[in-house]
Each structure stands twice: as C-alpha cells, then as structure tokens.
Design a protein around this ligand. Sequence first.
Ligand code: ADP
Length: 573
Amino acid sequence: MTANASRQGAGRMLVSFVRAYPGRTSLALLALIIAGVLDGLGLSLLLSMLNLATGATEDPSMPEQVALDIVESLGLEPTTVSLLVLGVAMIGVKAMIVLLANRQVGYTVAHVATDLRLKLIQAVMNSRWRYYLAQPVGRLSNAVATEAHRASEGFFHGAVMATQTISALIYAGLALLISWQASLIALLFGGGLLGILHFLVRIAGRAGRDQTGLLKSLLSVMTDQLGAVKPLKAMAREQHVDRLMSSQTRDLKKALKSQVIAKAGLTALQEPLLAILVGVGFFFFLVQMSLPMGTVMVMIFLIARSVNHLAKAQRAWQHMAVSESAYWSLRETIDEAEGEREPARGHLAPSLERAISFDQVSFGYGDKSVIKELSLEIPVGQLTVLTGPSGSGKTTVIDLVAALLHAQSGQIRIDDQALDDTDHQRWRRLIGYVPQDPLLVNDSVFHNLTLGEPDLSEADAREALELADAWEFVSALPQGMHTTLGERGGRLSGGQRQRLAIARALIHKPRLLILDEATSNLDAESEAAVVATIEDLKGRLTLLAVSHDDGLVRAADQVIRIREGRLAEIAAE
Ligand code: ADP
C-alpha cells in the first residue's frame, strides 16, 4: 500500500475507471450532461411561465429569454400553457435520460467487479509457482470477494458524484446568468461551508483504509485457522484463535464505527449549513443588494438546489473515499501477480521416448540450498519411487521435473532435449499429477474428473475410471458418474477418493504420471489396493512417485533414495 501511496486517491481511482471503460463512461457522462441541460431548460421554461402568470413586469432574465426564444423557434405562442407543457416535457425527458444513464452505470458497476475478479484470477493463475506458493489463500479470496465488490461500489459512487456535480453546475450556471456577482458570492459561501465539512470525508477514507487492511489480515488468518480446526478443537486450543480473531474484529468494529459517525456527521451537518446559506442569502440579496423579491426567490431556489447537489456530491465522495483503498489494494495484488507472470519458456516440442534425466542439478530457495548436484534417470514406462527423509528435497525434485521450478545449475533433459528449451506448457500437458490430498470438490464424479474441460466426454471419463480401478465403485453409485460427491468427496473412502484423483490425472492421457505421496494418507488395505492400481499402470506410461510406503517401494522398478538434496542410493528392485 505505502509503496503506491503517491498514485492513490479517489480522483485517481475515477480516472483509472474512465481509462478502463472510456466508451461506457463517456456515454454515461454525455447522457448526464444532456439531462442536466434539459433540466435547466425545463426549469427556465417554468420560470418564464411563472413570470407570465404572475404578470411580473421585470425584464426577462437570460435563462427566461433563452426559454422564450426556444418556444418561438418552435413556432409556438409563449403562453402559460405552452411554457408549462414544454417545461414539464423537458423535465420528463431528462428523467428518462437519467434513468438510461443510471442503467448504464449499473451495468458498468457489474462489469468493473467482474473484470477485476477475472483479472486477478488470471494474473494469479499465470504467475510463477514460487510466487503462488507464497500467497496466503485468504488474501486472494478476500481480494476476489470483498475488495472487488468494494472497488465496484467506488465506481458507483464516483458516477453519483459526477451526476450530482453536473446538476450542481447547471443550477449554478442558471443562477450566474441571472446575476453573476450575487450568485458567485453565494456559491463561494456555500462551497466554503461544505469545504469545512471535508474533514469528515478524510475520516471516512481513513476508516475505509483501516477496514481494507484489517479484512485482508483477518481473512488470511481465518482461512489458515479454518484449515487447522481439528487439532485446535481436539486440544481445546480454539480460544487462542478466538482471541486473535476477536482483537482484529474489534479493530474492524472500531473502523466501522468511525465510518458510520463520519457518514452520519456529514449528512447531519450539511443540512443546517444549507439552512444557514438560505437565511444569509435572503438577507444578503434583499437587504444588502436590494434585489427585487421575485429575483431573490428564483436565485435562492437555484443556489439552494445547486449547493444541495454539491452536498450530495460530497456524500458520494465520502462513500468513494471509503471504497477507494479496497480498489488500490486489489490493483496492487493484480499488478504484483502480473509482475510475477511466468514467462513463456522453451519452444521445442517435448517427446518422452527414453528417459528424463538430471545431470548435476542444483536448486535452492533463497540462500538455502535444497538440491545439490543431483544426477539421476527416470526411465520411460517404469515406476520410479523417490524416497528419503522428510525435507530431503523429494517434492522439489518433482517440481523441477514439472518445470514449476528451474534448476539453478546443471541440466534436466527429456530424452536428449534440455527441459529449458522445451515448451513448458506442452511438456506439462503430458503430465498427470496426483497429490497427497485428492482435493475433490462437492460436484459430480464426472466434473471432478474433467474439471469443466468441455472436450472430455463420458467415454473418456469411463476409460480413465477403468484404468484407475474406480469404475466398479463409481458405476455402483446411485447416479453413476453423475453422482454428487459431497463436501471434499465425503461420501467416499480414502482409497476411493485417491483412485478418483488418479483417474483425474489419467483422463488427459498423460505420458508421465506423478504421484506425490499419493498413498501416504491411506490405511493398509486401501494402500495395497491403490498400489495394485499403480502397478497395473506400469508399462502404459512413465510413473514417478514420491513415497515412504513399503508397498509402493516394493512395487517400484527403481528406488531413488535422497538425503539432504543428494543422491543417497539408487536401487533397481
Ligand atoms: P520433501 O518433499 O523431501 O519433504 P521438500 O522438497 O518439500 O522436501 O523440501 C526440501 C527443503 O526445502 C526443506 O528443507 C524445506 O524446508 C525447503 N522448502 C520447501 N519449499 C520451500 C519454499 N517454498 N521456500 C523455502 N524453503 C522451502
């Protein structure tokens, strides 16, 4: 936030919205200006009508003269009736145009929220793996949910502010045409009175900034804690989370309170100030300037309306100040993720015919060296199991194979082609990946396999399920592969869930299947069944598994033991 402080501000937020949606915003703005002009003309017609009806002898003021000219140019007699009808018609048309402009603004608000959300999701999805790993999930969900919503509200209030300011300018313009000196003084006085209240806009802005920061950290903490509720509850430690959350929720309440006070204060104080303006205006125009009563009435009416619209614009500005920080926070997250975009690497088509090999590969996180001059070979069509103590670097080896991480020295080759020269996206499309936690969603078996990819058919799903030894139990479900699984696949056993995860990896017909501790969470019986499934896949494709499980180690064609990032042993089983 602080790094970008110079480019923040409610005004800058509006400018960036106008830049992002030049067509939509200029159309809405044009419509509002036309509406404002029609409103002014309609009012002038009604004023002329009043003058005519009351038989006032004064010379018509400039707006009245314009109104009379319009009536004449339409070939009508300037009678009270024709002026009244035309005035009412113009104000009616104005109302229609405002309606259309507001509809346009409403649609744009929905666009703003959706675009910001999609932009963030795309930027995060396209970012480097190491960047993604470091992101608190809660921060991203907060950005997609609350910040995008608040940012779009900022756009809405910006549009309200523009509407109200245009109306204020039109009324001020009419008043200036009647008596520019008197109006100028009155408008400056009114503007000054509202200026005094500007501190309430700043207070609301500060409360908005506090909320943005607090929501961000609250949602990050909460997402982490919700993922770890079971041990907390089992050890009766949940009150610590309570305490942590309650201090942040209390701060949030404080920020909300000061926002409420600032908003209520602005509305409450604007009203008496407007009354003062009217009183002082009457005194000033009638007594000091000795203007005729008719003119004073019209002037007070116009100036009061103008300042009233200005007051509404100020309230919209205040709303915008509250939402503004959410917009900048979201923009910052998007910009950061876009800056971490994974570059398109390699251009050669991958082919996996012989082996994947590591030649003196080293890799570290920051200063911490994790993989040290590692050389190994993963032959095609066989099951290679990587084993070794926790923290020895097995997952890092897998991430290097999937090109999610890149060797800092040494060379990884697919057959004889350097992985660095291989098109990374095309290489990853040849990989099926099965994680330790199957990560099923509360949807049908079919959807859990295809993850919404439209090109995959039921036949593809059945083939994958059969290969993963899952067809038997899936076809026995009430609606077969269209049965909904329940939250996190709750209806199934651990072994069944893991087989679905294997089917999900196989549905794309990969050449390399990576199993990352895929049997670690299973009981002995399920593990044996999943190992049998994996053994059946040998020869069909290349299998690379990280595992401590004896069963999988026994089933392996080759076992590679790693210790502290170095090769400890290669054993052909
Ligand atoms: P294994 O899979 O064998 O348990 P990993 O490959 O996950 O081991 O990790 C190897 C080492 O790298 C560990 O010491 C771990 O602390 C460190 N490490 C893993 N991921 C990161 C990361 N994103 N940032 C910093 N260190 C990491």
